[in-house]
Design a protein around this ligand. Structure first.
Ligand code: NAD
Ligand code: G3P
Length: 338
């Protein structure tokens, strides 16, 4: 199946970086932006000044505000809008889609009210026969670095192995290596939960705690991710791959992470509302923290770090108290349930 035309839905930093990558590979790419200002900025200066400033976009990359134009005559769609607007955008897209068009989610999050992953929202909203045409792309990837052509590795999961292999080949270059997978749930959970752990790692850094503390946080954070994932039917091995450990390490240690940055500012004593009010970009971990706690309760799984970061974010708990409470929990075996 030749893949030559791609629609990219969402012109935030990630959608724009992916669109640039694919256009530079020679694919015909149409990028849909929600804001008129983004379309005007790209048309006038080949730059997405709002969400990916300083990155020149190829002339071949077309941009539009009209969803119908972006999805028309495409061999596949890359979906990269933040999770909290995924459902309304998918609802608007659904009647415009040609039968059987593959849709790849590059969004990392869990819907707060329904506790659904993006592929599950797609299952709900898109026509039934498209179930096997849904794929997810995840892994350690700061948009800014992908747009600079820094070597990056991702994973692409889908129920249909042949389809995943076709998109793997279509999107790979010497700068972007993609591994195929079939664990839709595990790949999405890794990408969503690591944002919550990145907030917590940022808090640790903002409090001025040391390398020991951050390493403990990352490792025990991974244990929580594996526990919830296993309870939800994911393959635990997925969490040791790019979409799990890979993205967890990147986001918990990389200063480019928006989630980590939010955590640092909380750890330094700023209020969540103040931090978020000054941000144009999304830090998915804030909403996902609540959703992760909901999933943990529903699955009967203990997630102490998730619980403490929720208390810091939404109940006014002090960051220091949260760390102390995590440290003073009862003695546990390392491979036990919590
Ligand atoms: N930025 C990255 O490095 C990166 C890398 C991998 C994955 N992701 C994931 O990609 C997804 C998108 O993040 P991003 O970084 O591209 O976004 P961003 O934070 O750069 O920009 C915000 C986006 O939200 C869109 N938006 C706001 N309100 C909207 C609405 N009502 N309807 C539709 N769109 C609306 C904006 O148009 C813009 O595309 C997130 O789930 C994120 O976790 C981001
Ligand atoms: O900047 P963040 O924290 O949203 O992280 C971006 C990507 O998800 C990293 O893989």
């Amino acid at each position: 199946m030749p893949i030559t035309r791609i629609g990219v839905i969402g012109a935030g930093a990630w959608g724009t970086a992916l669109a640039k990558h694919l256009a530079e590979k020679g694919l015909l790419v149409r990028l849909w932006a929600y804001e008129r200002e983004v379309v005007e900025s790209i048309r006038a200066s080949r730059e997405n000044r709002l969400f990916l400033p300083g990155v020149m976009l190829p002339r071949s990359l077309a941009v539009t505000n009209i969803l119908g134009e972006a999805v028309q005559d495409c061999d596949g769609l890359l979906f990269a809008v933040p999770s909290h607007v995924a459902r309304p955008v998918l609802r608007e897209m659904a009647p415009l889609l040609s039968s059987g068009i593959p849709v790849i989610s590059a969004t990392k999050g869990v819907e707060e009210d329904s506790l659904q992953l993006i592929s599950q929202i797609m299952d709900d909203v898109l026509p039934r026969h498209m179930r096997d045409r849904i794929l997810v792309l995840s892994g350690p990837s700061f948009a800014a670095e992908v747009s600079q052509g820094q070597p990056t590795a991702l994973c692409l999961a889908g129920r249909d192995g042949e389809l995943a292999a076709a998109f793997q080949a279509a999107c790979m270059t010497s700068a972007l290596r993609i591994y195929a997978d079939s664990d839709l749930i595990g790949v999405q959970l890794g990408g969503a939960l690591k944002n919550v752990m990145a907030l917590a790692a940022g808090v640790v850094d903002g409090l001025g705690l040391g390398h020991n503390t951050r390493a403990a946080l990352i490792t025990r954070g991974l244990a929580e991710m594996v526990r919830l994932g296993t309870a939800m039917g994911a393959d635990p091995r997925t969490f040791y791959g790019l979409s799990g450990v890979g993205d967890l390490v990147l986001t918990c240690t990389g200063t480019l992470s928006r989630n980590h940055t939010v955590g640092v500012r909380l750890g330094r004593g700023e209020k969540l509302e103040t931090v978020l009010s000054g941000m144009q970009a999304v830090a998915e971990g804030v909403r996902t923290a609540r959703a992760a706690l909901g999933l943990a309760r529903r699955s009967g799984v203990e997630m102490p770090i998730v619980q403490e970061i929720n208390a810091v974010l939404f109940d006014g708990k002090s960051c220091r108290r949260a760390v102390t409470d995590l440290m003073e929990r009862g003695a546990k075996p390392e491979k036990g349930i919590a």
